[in-house]
Design a binder for this molecule. Structure first.
Ligand SMILES: Nc1ncnc2c1ncn2[C@@H]1O[C@H](COP(=O)(O)OP(=O)(O)OP(=O)(O)O)[C@@H](O)[C@H]1O
Length: 337
C-alpha cells in the first residue's frame, strides 16, 4: 500500500530583499505510513511549519518530490484536497460567530453534509458550547474548534501543526484520545510538536528534524533504541558527592533532582564498581530511554520558545545569520550547550 505522505529531498530557501537567503529545508525526507499517528519533531526554527506549508501548497519548494495519498503534490493538490484536513496556522475565527455557525459556513463552503457538524463538535468535546460565541472561548477551545474544522471532511489524512498549543493537561489528554480514535478508524494523523512526552505517548512513529534535515525517523521504539547510547539513572545516598566521584573517574555526569544521570556508558557495572570502591552503594541503576533524550542527542539541544538550537555548524550559514526568530524573540547564537 502506498504511504499517506512522502517527502523526498525537499529544499526551501526563503529569499530576503536585504539579508542573505535563509535555507529552511535542506533536502528533507519524510515518510508516513497509512493509519498511523506520526510525530513531526524538531526544535524551534528547524523547518516543521515550512515543510507542512510547502506540502500543502502554501509555499513553493525549490526542489524535491512530495506525494500525498500517492498523488504528486503540489500538482495533484486539487484532486487530493478533499481527502486532507490540515491546520498549519492558527485559523482566524469570527469572534461573534458561534462554533456551530462557524462550522456551518465551512461545511457549506466545502460541500460537506450538515450532519457532520454535530459529529465533529462531539468529537472535539464542544457540543455543550456550540451555541456560544467564539470570542468567549479559551485558547484551548479555539484549538479544538480548529481541529473540528479540519475533521469536517472526515479526511483520510489529518495534518496538525502544534495541536496541543494552549491546551491544559486535561485538554492534551482529550486531544490524544481524539487523535487515537481517528487513527483507530483508519485516519492517518501527522502532528508537529515540541511536547516530546506527548509525542511519545500518542505517536506510532516519528520524524525528527534539525535545521531543515531529517536526523532520525521510524517507529518510536526504534528511534529510542538508536538514541539510547548508554544513558543511566543512578540513585545513591549523597548523590552530589557520588556524582563528583564519577566525574573524577571520567564519566559524563549530571545531577538531576534526587538522582544522577550518567551518559555514554559502555558498561553499567562500571558505575557500581566506581562507587563501591568509594563505599557508595547504588540503590538504583536504570537505563533511560526517553524520546526527550533521543531528541536532545539528535538535535543537540532542547527546544526553547523562539530560539534556535543548532546542532552542527559545519555546512550551515555563518552564525550572524541566526539573529532573527519568526517570533522576534532573542535568538541564541552558535552551538547549544
Ligand atoms: N517567511 C519567512 N521568511 C524568512 N524566513 C523564514 C520565514 N518563515 C520561516 N523562516 C525561517 O525558516 C526557518 C524554519 O522556520 P519554521 O517556522 O519552518 O520552523 P519551525 O520548526 O516550524 O519552528 P517553530 O517550532 O518555532 O514553529 C527558520 O530559520 C525561520 O526563521
Amino acid at each position: 500500500m502506498t504511504a499517506a505522505l512522502e517527502i523526498e529531498g525537499l529544499v526551501k530557501t526563503y529569499q530576503s530583499l536585504f539579508g542573505k537567503p535563509r535555507v529552511a529545508l535542506d533536502r528533507l525526507d519524510m515518510v508516513v505510513a497509512r493509519g498511523e499517528i506520526h510525530g513531526f519533531l524538531g526544535p524551534n526554527g528547524s523547518g516543521k511549519s515550512t515543510a507542512l506549508k510547502t506540502l500543502l501548497g502554501l509555499l513553493r519548494p525549490d526542489a524535491g518530490n512530495m506525494r500525498i495519498l500517492g498523488q504528486p503534490v503540489p500538482r495533484a493538490l486539487p484532486a487530493v484536497a478533499s481527502r486532507v484536513g490540515a491546520i498549519v496556522e492558527a485559523p482566524a475565527f469570527f469572534g461573534n460567530f458561534t462554533a456551530y455557525k462557524t462550522l456551518s459556513l465551512l461545511a457549506k463552503a466545502g460541500g460537506v453534509p450538515k450532519d457532520r457538524i454535530g459529529i465533529v463538535l462531539d468529537q472535539v468535546g464542544l457540543t455543550d458550547r456550540a451555541e456560544d460565541e467564539v470570542k468567549s472561548y479559551s485558547l484551548g477551545m479555539r484549538q479544538r474548534l480548529a481541529v473540528a474544522s479540519a475533521l469536517l471532511k472526515d479526511p483520510e489524512l489529518l495534518i496538525l501543526d502544534e495541536p496541543n498549543n494552549g491546551l491544559d493537561p486535561a485538554g492534551i489528554r482529550e486531544m490524544r484520545d481524539l487523535l487515537r480514535e481517528q487513527a483507530d478508524r483508519g485516519m492517518t494523523v501527522v502532528i508537529s510538536s515540541h511536547i516530546l512526552a506527548e509525542i511519545q505517548q500518542v505517536c506510532d512513529s516519528v520524524t525528527i528534524i534539525s535545521r531543515g534535515r531529517t536526523v532520525a525517523a521510524g517507529p518510536v521504539s526504534d528511534v529510542l533504541a538508536v538514541a539510547d547510547r548508554g544513558t543511566y539513572r543512578v540513585r545513591v545516598d549523597d548523590h552530589h558527592r557520588a556524582a563528583q566521584i564519577l566525574a573524577d573517574a571520567g564519566a559524563d555526569v549530571t545531577v538531576a533532582g534526587d538522582h544522577i544521570v550518567v551518559r555514554d556508558l559502555a558498561d553499567a557495572a562500571w558505575v557500581t564498581r566506581a562507587l563501591g570502591l568509594n563505599d557508595f552503594w547504588v540503590r538504583e541503576l536504570t537505563p533511560v530511554a526517553q524520546l526527550e533524550d533521543a531528541f536532545l542527542s539528535l538535535t543537540g539541544g532542547g527546544p526553547r520558545r523562539g530560539q534556535f538550537r543548532p546542532v552542527d555548524n559545519s555546512d550551515w550559514p555563518a552564525q550572524e545569520d541566526f539573529v532573527d526568530s519568526p517570533t522576534g524573540d532573542v535568538v541564541e547564537h552558535g552551538r547549544s550547550s
